[in-house]
Design a protein around this ligand. Sequence first.
Ligand SMILES: O=P(O)(O)OC[C@H]1O[C@H](O[C@H]2O[C@H](CO)[C@@H](O)[C@H](O)[C@H]2O)[C@H](O)[C@@H](O)[C@@H]1O
Ligand SMILES: O=c1ccn([C@@H]2O[C@H](COP(=O)(O)OP(=O)(O)O)[C@@H](O)[C@H]2O)c(=O)[nH]1
Length: 786
Amino acid sequence: MVRPRLLVVSMSLPVTAKRTGEEAWSFTMSPGGLVSALLGLKEFETKWIGWPGVDVHDAVGKKALSIALAEKGCIPVFLEEVCDQYYNGYCNNILWPIFHYLGTPPEYRNDGTITYQSQYDAYKKANRIFFDVVNEHYQEGDVVWCHDYHVMLLPQYLKEYNSKMKVGWFLHTPFPSSEMYKTLPSRSELLRSVLTADLVGFHTYDFARHFVNACMCILGTEATSEGVVDQGKFTSVEVFPIGIEPERFINTSKLSEVTEYMKKFKSDFGGRKLILGVDRLDTIKGIPHKYQAFEKFLEENEDWRGKVLLLQIAVPTRNGIGEYQKIKDQCHGVVGRINGRFGSISSVPIIHLDCSIHFHQLCALYAITDVLLVTSLRDGMNLVSSEFVACQKGEKGVLVLSEFAGAGQSLGAGALLVNPWNIKEVSNAIGEALIMSPEEKEKKHQINFQYVKTHSTQQWADDFMNKLNEVTSKAELETGKAPHELPQHDVVQQYSKSKNRLLILGFYGTLTKPNKNQERKDEGMNLELHPQLKERLKGLCSDPKTTVVVLSRSEKSVLDQNFGEHDMWLAAENGMFLRHTAGEWVTKMPENMNLEWIDGVKQVFKYFTERTPGSYFQASETSVVWNYQYADAEFGRAQAKDMLQHLWAGPTSNASVDVVQGRYSVEVHSVGVTKGSAMERILGEIVLQNKSITTPIDYVLCIGNFLGKDEDVYTFFEPELTKKTMSSPYYGSGPLKKVSSTLVDVKGDNYFSVAIGNTHTKASYFLDSSDDVVQLIHKLCTHNNP
Ligand SMILES: O=P(O)(O)OC[C@H]1O[C@H](O[C@H]2O[C@H](CO)[C@@H](O)[C@H](O)[C@H]2O)[C@H](O)[C@@H](O)[C@@H]1O
Ligand SMILES: O=c1ccn([C@@H]2O[C@H](COP(=O)(O)OP(=O)(O)O)[C@@H](O)[C@H]2O)c(=O)[nH]1
C-alpha cells in the first residue's frame, strides 16, 4: 500500500529552538511523551507542524528558523502575541486541569472579574494560525493528523475549507467524565469541531466512552458502538493505546556508554536500593504525593532508612504558569523536610533534580532501578512506565503504577497498581516492591515486556492510519450514495413485473399520520395507522404475490390492534417477536438475552415522565422508550441529557445495553437489537412457514423512519450483501436449504430502500413524509388498474 504523506500537527514541535545569532538557531529535544512517541514514526513521510517553543518577531529570524527546521522535517507555527493567552492560558490553565479532573483553577472560581473569554479568543486565533500553516503546506492526498487538546478547533477549520481532507484527531490526555467536561463554557463548540474529523482516537476505552457520553449529553447526538452521529454525519471513535519505540530503548541500554553510566550510578548510590521517578514537574504527576508516601514508608520502616534512595527527575515544563512555579517550591519544601528528617551526613533519602537528563543517562537509570514509582493523579498514558520496562536487565525491578494513568490499563497486570491519593497504600506498595522475590519480579516483568515490545508507536500509528483510511474510504463510497428522491414510476413498474415481492414497512412515521404541528395527540401513546391506509393496505396484502412485513419497535399488542385484520407479517419490538396475522406470535429473541436492567430503567423513565409534562414512556419486553415529542422541546432535550446521566450512573452502568438518543426520544434496549439484525431471523421464519415458496423474492421495497442504529435494515438486501448473507450457515441447514441459493434475487433495479424525511441515511431513496407512502401504496394497489 502506498502510504500517504502525513502532516502531524501538535502544539509543540519535537525540538525547541533557541536563538544563538541573528540568523542562527540551536535546538534541544522538547519534553514530554507526545514528542517521544511521535519521533518513533519512521515509516511515514512526515511533516511536523507546530510551535518552535519561542516567540520570533522579525522576518529574518523567522526565515532562518524555518530553513533550519525544514532540514528536520518541521514547519514552524509562529503564534506571537496570542501564544501566552493560548498556551499558558486556555490550553494549560483551563483545558489541561479540566481534562485531568483538577477543575478550573481557583482564580476563575474566586475572582468574579476573570473570565475565560479572552483566552478562548486566543485559542480560536491560534487554531486559525495552525489552519493557515497546514493549508499552506497541504497537498492533495495528505493526511492531517491533529494531536491533542491544543488544536480541537482545527478539524472544523480544515473540513470547512476542504471537506475532502482526511483529518484525524488524537487526544493524548484523559477525556474526563461528562460531569467534569460540562463545566467548560466552550464545551459544545469544541466537541462539534472534533466531530468534524473523520476519526477521533483516545488512549483508553474510558476516555472514548466519556467523549461519546459528552457528545450525547451535551450535543444530543446519537451514539453507536463505533462512534457518534451528529446532524447526520458519522464520526468514528476508537481506542489506540500509544506505545514507545521499544528497540530504541533496548538497543540504547546495550551501548557501552550506558553500561558505564550504570556502573557509575550504582557506585554513586552506594549499594542503596533505587526508587526512580521520571516526570515533567506537572501538577498531575502527583510528585508531592509520591514524596509523602515515601516519607510514610521511611517513618514506618526504620530498617530501610539509609538503604534506599528516591531519585526524582523533575523535568521542567510550562514555566510560564503560576501553578507550575508553585509546585516546584512545594516539592522543594517537602524534599527538604524529608531529607532533614531522615538524612545523614553521608546521604539523603531523596535526590530531586529540576532538569532533564541525557537519553543515555535515562536508559542507564531505568536499567538499574529497583522500583519505578509512578503516582500520577491522572495521566493520559505515561510512557515512562513502558520505557522502564524496555530497559530492564538482569534482576528486574518493579513497576508501582498509579491506577489513574492510562498505562494502568495496559501494564497493570505486571505492576503493583496503586491509588496515589492513598499515601498508606503507596507506602505499602514501596515496601512490597522492595522485598519482592526475583522470580515474582521476573514474572511481572515478562508480562509487561511482551506488551511493550508488541505495542510500539509504529504499530499505534499504523493502526490509526489504517482506521482513518478505512473510515474515509467508506465515507467516500457513502457520499456517492446520497439518497435520491424515490422514483415512484420505477417502483410501480418493477412491482408490476415481479412475481414474488417483499415489502418491509416501518410503523411510526411511515404508516402513521405525519405530525406536522407537533401538537400533543393521543396517538402518542396509542399509535394509529394512517386513516387513508386501512383500505389500501388491505388491497396490497391480498395480492398473493406480495408479502408485507410491518417491522416496528412497537409492542405486539399495538401491532395486533392496528394490523390484525390484514393478511401480513408483524415483527414487534424490532423483530424480537413475529407472527403472521393468521397465526400466533413466536419469539425471535436471541438466546441468553439478559433483561435484568429493565425494571431499573423503567424507574428512571417514570421519574422523568412525572417531571416532564407532555412526555411519556413505553416499556415492552425487550426495550424501554421515553418520548418527549409533545413536551416543550428545549426542556425535553435538557431532561433527556439529565436522564442519560441517571441511566449511566445506575441501571445501565454494567448492563449489556444500547442507549440510543433519537430526535425526541431516549431508548434503551439490549445490545444487538436492531432491525437489520432481526431481518435474517424474520426471513427465516417467513420461509419456514411458507413452505410453498418456490420462486425467489424478486422485488424488495423497504420503507421506514428508522433510528440510525436500525438503518442496517436498508442495506440488508443490497445485492452484494445478499449473496454474503444467503451463504451464511443459517441458510445452509433445515428447511431453508432448498431455497438458500435462490431465496432472494435482487439486482439493484428491483430493490428500493427508502427513508422518510431523512437525507442522511443508508437508504438509497427518500420520501418526504408518510403522506407520500399513502400515495405510493395507492399506486402499488392499483398498478394493474391505474
Ligand atoms: O508540551 P508541554 O506542554 O511541555 O507538555 C508535554 C506533553 O504533555 C502531555 O503529554 C501526554 O502525552 C503522552 C503521550 O501520549 C502521554 O503518555 C501523557 O500521559 C500525556 O500527558 C500533552 O498531552 C502533550 O501535548 C504535551 O506535549
Ligand atoms: O529528562 C527527561 C526525562 C524523560 N523525558 C521523556 O519524557 C517523556 C514523558 O512522557 P510521559 O508519557 O510519561 O508523560 P508526559 O510528560 O507526556 O505527560 C518520556 O518519553 C521520557 O523519556 C524527557 O523528555 N526528558
